[in-house]
Design a protein around this ligand. Sequence first.
Ligand code: AMP
Length: 177
Amino acid sequence: MASVCIEEHILDVVDYPKPGIVFKDISPLLADHAAFTATVDALAAVGRAADGAVVVDKVLGMEARGFILAAPVALALGVGFVPVRKAGKLPRDVHATTYALEYGEATLELHTDAVAPGERVLLVDDVLATGGTLDASRRLVEQCGGTVAGVAVLMELGFLPGRTTLGDLPVTSLLTV
Ligand code: AMP
């Protein structure tokens, strides 16, 4: 496949959802087969060793745009997909964790049996900003007895402390803006 410039397919939406925020809209990327394929392939590579062997047991995606990227990454790696959801959306027993937002807080949940003890999990999301969402997801995996092997994101906002929040967790970002 010819090389694809992923960045060309991401739109900046100024002052959305509130003044001062530049929202990174990945809809055009998802609508472009070549760009979407290149993105999924690059994110899936994070779940492989240098020899191509798959080194994760599950791929976990965060509601909502994380689902869109994590599910095809799981299929590409030949492993299962696990959704982390906002409070009250999962129907069975859950682990829950609450984390701080700029204003207020949010709760994320994971089915207690979504990750088996000892499983290695790859976290996938579209944007790494403050790191709160991915850090909360890491805690949920650990509550199940699993381990986060790494984080793969389409882009990170380099002016925010996402990597610091995630500490020693290996983070791969396809773009830094
Ligand atoms: P954070 O927890 O601060 O790292 O924020 C990451 C989550 O919020 C991801 O699930 C993103 O989908 C979303 N997010 C944060 N900032 C942006 C942004 N500027 N544009 C689009 N999505 C964002």
